[in-house]
Design a protein around this ligand. Structure first.
Ligand code: SF4
Ligand code: SF4
Ligand code: F3S
Length: 266
């Protein structure tokens, strides 16, 4: 990795909340500054770049031309297809146009988070903007779906490091997610699992069983159907994850989690 040339990266933002970027910059293993400053050339990203306006667009055009077939395209956000894409335009172009132009010369594409991987909350029924995932629009490039809302920082950084170190995308599961991080259910690595197996459950958020830290399955926890590394890597430098803070998993790394049964019932 030390000898590899810095790979150009174009990081696009469409319909999203920017928390995937927020997550990424908090990676501590590896430290994200080490990746951004030493290993890649992050030529374009609306969130982190100093340039703006015509200058920023010119840099992107230059990378697309001079590094055709070599750069990695990273996308955060879904693409609106209704009304000719009017719901998300940057520099006078629709998100669809921007995506297709940048994808043409990309060596591979990384879709960050549930917005880019599957549409996320913007595509919630009745999906007024016609929000679509990247994989539904680009069919001729290798695509890595780094799922979650957002994905775990170290999972994002680990995916980037794999691309840089091996020059190819990692092994993927059936939904296009890196197997290294998405092959096990949250339920399989959850420290509350012994309570599940023993039939000890929280019955309401303020009961004695909640204070004892029993299993959250009856509170709607979706850990048994959710594939992610939260129980192993955790969040905020390994500090915690939703279940550890007393709330069930809402399945944020799975397609359609927004349109499934309500998170809370009266
Ligand atoms: Fe935000 Fe979630 Fe979309 Fe990431 S996947 S940009 S965290 S809404
Ligand atoms: Fe499984 Fe959720 Fe219970 Fe953990 S809290 S054991 S993930 S059902
Ligand atoms: Fe998301 Fe569930 Fe992890 S809600 S952050 S996959 S515990």
């Amino acid at each position: 990795l030390e000898k590899n040339k810095r790979i150009p990266i174009i990081w696009l933002h469409f319909q999203e909340c920017t928390c995937c970027s927020e997550s990424f910059i908090r990676s501590s293993h590896p430290i994200v500054a080490d990746i951004l400053l030493d290993k890649v050339s992050l030529d374009y990203t609306e969130t982190l770049q100093a340039a703006a306006g015509h200058q920023a667009e010119a840099i992107k055009e230059q990378t697309m031309k001079e590094s055709y077939g070599e750069y990695i395209l990273m996308v955060e956000g879904s693409v609106p297809m209704e009304e000719d894409g009017v719901y998300c335009c940057i520099g006078g172009k629709s998100a669809q146009q921007i995506l297709e132009e940048a994808a043409a010369g990309a060596k591979a594409i990384v879709a960050w988070g549930n917005c880019a991987c599957a549409g996320c909350v913007q595509s919630a029924n009745p999906n007024p903007t016609g929000a679509r995932s990247i994989k539904s629009l680009i069919k001729n490039k290798p695509i890595v779906n780094v799922q979650g809302c957002p994905p775990i920082a170290e999972v994002m950084a680990g995916t980037v490091v794999h691309l840089l170190a091996f020059g190819r995308i990692p092994q993927l599961d059936a939904l296009g997610r890196p197997k290294a991080f998405y092959s096990r259910r949250v339920h399989d690595t959850c420290y509350r699992r012994p309570y599940y197996d023993a039939g000890l459950f929280v019955e309401s958020f303020d009961d004695e069983n909640a204070k004892r830290g029993y299993c959250l399955y009856k509170m709607g926890c979706r850990g048994p159907t959710t594939y992610n590394s939260c129980g192993i890597i955790r969040w905020n430098n390994g500090t915690s994850f939703p279940i550890q803070s007393g709330h069930g998993c809402i399945g944020c790394s799975e397609e359609g989690f927004w349109d499934q049964s309500p998170f809370y019932k009266r």
